[in-house]
Design a protein. Sequence first.
Length: 189
Amino acid sequence: MEIEEFKLKDGRIVNIKRLTMDDYDADNNYEYVHDWLNKVNKFLALEFEKEDLERDRTNFRFLMSKEGLIMIGGVYNGKIIATANLELNQNNKKLGHLGKWGIAIHHLFQNQGLGTRLLQIIEECAKKKGVKKLETEYFLGNVRAEKLYVEKLKYQIEGRRRFGGKLKNGTYTDRILIGKIIDDSMKEK
Ligand SMILES: CC(C)(COP(=O)(O)OP(=O)(O)OC[C@H]1O[C@@H](n2cnc3c(N)ncnc32)[C@H](O)[C@@H]1OP(=O)(O)O)[C@@H](O)C(=O)NCCC(=O)NCCS
């Protein structure tokens, strides 16, 4: 994809581009992202604790090396401040029509329209790759995520995993499974 200049609601300009491991290796960006992910992790499945940095980096390198992984990022002043990833199953005949995504935005860049734009781009990328349905899940209680995915982007709630996640305060919450058919020929089925 071309680099896109995206104007946030407050006027700041963020460059949206496809990210490679080189982008994370440059200018301590992996450490930077790991640090802000720890600050926005309330409803994320991973903690991103400082002491786990090297373990997480190894796991992340493995994720980035996967054939069907597309990572889109928002970059501001050379720093990665938002990421949205799409996982494809292109070599799987039974699951190849599905794509799964995840997203996280730096706390100082949330609620600025960036999540909306990144997920629109994820949808465009998925369509180009022949994906027919997008899926993901969020922790019950993640109001902003729910508003964005279900109300604004029209994902449908498809299921609920009871006690699917544990919050930092020790309480359990459910994971809400959502999906969106993006192939017009499947929409009536
Ligand atoms: C969830 C997340 C990806 C959304 O991205 P974002 O850039 O903040 O979202 P946007 O600004 O594009 O849109 C958010 C929408 O929610 C609305 N919103 C924000 N806070 C809200 C609240 N407390 N209650 C209801 N709606 C709310 C906004 O008004 C906006 O809608 P609008 O554009 O129609 O006004 C981002 O906030 C994030 O990374 N959060 C922390 C990590 C996380 O939870 N990731 C998702 C895991 S599934």
